[in-house]
Design a protein around this ligand. Structure first.
Ligand code: MN
Length: 500
């Protein structure tokens, strides 16, 4: 349902060389393919057939219309016959929406006993799509190429991933991230060029004084708080001190007040994410841990200590994963467990881990927090479930953004009776020794956006749309090859000024 108002346009390429019967057949086949894709149930966004283009003016008109239609999040092209690619130049120059080149053909198999020259002239995407692909490559346009018969579920799955990413890309183009406070003093990796982020990724990042939030907090009513605390009681197990009559009940009430205020604030601004900073809490009762956890679960981006890049990336990863199994969370590399091949990283934060990744019903607890100098904050305590996911970050290298992605295997931790925060324990692929070394060589953050629902393919598609650098650390990574990749990327981006 999340993507129901969006469209992907399907544009078929051909030319008029083959006569009127061919034009009619191309159109009929295209309609059948689009109908088949929509009825497969495997695509999250509806495909709209926009007709066959046979000339440069038709291509340009179609792509201009796509640029100007907010519902259209991307274009799928397919060359049914040979479509001389000079006719695509002007349209491709203007195209602003993500492009997927679907290299398919109408018939699944060669009709061995029937095939004749008319069939060959009509069904020639095998060479028509190569002509089109040449031009897209020559123009240095990023796109996803999916190869396979249109009824093949594997091909459909790749299109589905690209659609989710294109939807998230559209979502990023008017993404406002609200920052309550700046980055933590002197922290480098969470900082970056906000102007370039708006140019490159679409994010608009704005600072708001915490006093503006306090003003909204003052308007929160007792009735609103009572209603929200009732929701907490339905969704979580309560520690004794947090229950009604418990000695720290007041902090639960104050946590609810903060949550209501932040949600109101974000909605009033039309913001899709926010950051906090434990040094900027004047007029606020406690570090908004519970609020951050619950707002993340609703899809608001979140980054701690002013980390707006991770807040935005979380929003994007949550957005892509809507309706899929497995949740997402902001996380931080905290501490290591060295244990040979099973060496792992404990992921947590002071408070702010999203309950979408919880193995079971979280507990709402109130404990002291030795940092920030505020009242004891409420938080949800839980352990992440097991499974494979991706951890990602975006860093600013001074001349470009680099996305770093690591596939990780979340495993079961030992109980942590004296660490009352939510956490996850994972082994980075291919192992801690190579995974952490590669991450550090790439300049990766200690904060990540993590998702069980996504794979590296989603982030690869996203990096292509944003035209930012991507490096992936997975089971195939070796340090010597990874170093070479980083070195080669330096040259690539120096030579491609347009990407910087
Ligand atoms: Mn942190």
């Amino acid at each position: 349902m999340a993507f129901q108002d969006l469209e992907v346009w399907f544009v078929t390429g051909a030319q008029l060389l083959y006569g009127g019967d061919a034009v009619i057949a191309v159109d009929a086949h295209s309609n059948e393919i689009v109908k088949g894709l929509n009825e497969s149930g495997n695509l999250p966004v509806k495909v709209i057939y926009k007709g066959t283009v046979n000339s440069a003016p038709e291509v340009t008109a179609t792509f201009r219309a796509a640029n100007n239609d907010d519902k259209c999040i991307g274009i799928i092209t397919w060359m049914h016959t040979f479509s001389p690619a000079k006719m695509w130049i002007h349209g491709l120059q203007e195209l602003k929406k993500p492009l997927l080149h679907f290299h398919t053909q109408f018939n699944k198999q060669i009709p061995w006993s029937e095939i004749d020259m008319d069939f060959m002239n009509l069904n020639q995407s095998a060479h028509g799509d190569r002509e089109f692909g040449h031009m897209v490559t020559r123009m240095r346009k990023n796109r996803k190429v999916v190869v396979g018969h249109w009824q093949d579920e594997k091909a459909q799955a790749k299109i589905a991933i690209w659609m989710r990413v294109a939807a998230a890309w559209a979502d990023a183009q008017d993404m406002l991230i609200v920052r309550f406070g700046d980055n933590m003093n002197n922290v480098a990796v969470t900082d970056g060029d906000k102007v370039e982020a708006e140019l490159r990724l679409g994010y608009h990042v704005d600072y708001y004084p915490i006093g503006d939030l306090v003003a909204v907090q003052d308007t929160v009513t007792d009735a609103e708080i009572a209603e929200l605390v009732k929701v907490y009681e339905e969704e979580y197990t309560f520690a004794d001190n947090a229950k009604e009559g418990g000695k720290d009940r007041k902090q639960v009430i104050e946590a609810a007040r903060e949550e209501i205020a932040i949600r109101k604030f974000l909605k009033e601004k039309g913001a899709k994410g926010f950051t906090t900073n434990f040094n900027a809490l004047h007029g606020v009762d406690q570090l908004p841990g519970l609020a951050s956890q619950r707002l993340m679960a609703e899809g608001f981006g979140f980054g701690a200590e002013g980390d707006w890049k991770t807040a935005a990336l979380y929003r994007t990863m949550w957005f892509m994963g809507q309706g899929l199994e497995g949740g997402a969370s902001f996380l931080e590399d905290y501490t290591y467990h060295f244990d040979g091949d099973k060496s792992a990283i404990l992921q947590a934060h002071m408070l702010e881990v999203c309950p979408l990744i919880a193995a079971k019903k979280p507990t709402l607890e109130v404990h002291p927090l030795g940092i920030g100098g505020k009242n004891d904050p409420a938080r949800l305590v839980f352990t992440a479930h097991e499974g494979t996911g991706v951890a990602a970050t975006v860093i600013d290298l001074g001349n470009r953004f680099r996305m770093i992605v690591n596939q990780v295997d979340v495993i079961k931790p030992q109980p942590l009776p004296k660490l009352p925060v939510a956490s996850a324990l994972w082994i980075p692929q291919p192992n801690l020794e190579i995974g952490a070394a590669a991450w550090i060589l790439a300049g990766g953050t200690h904060h990540t956006s993590f998702s069980f629902a996504l794979t590296q393919e989603y982030l690869e598609d996203f990096a292509e749309m944003a035209r930012i650098e991507l490096v992936v650390i997975n089971k195939d990574t070796t340090i010597s090859n990874f170093k070479k990749e980083l070195h080669l990327n330096e040259i690539y981006y120096l030579l491609n000024k347009a990407l910087m």
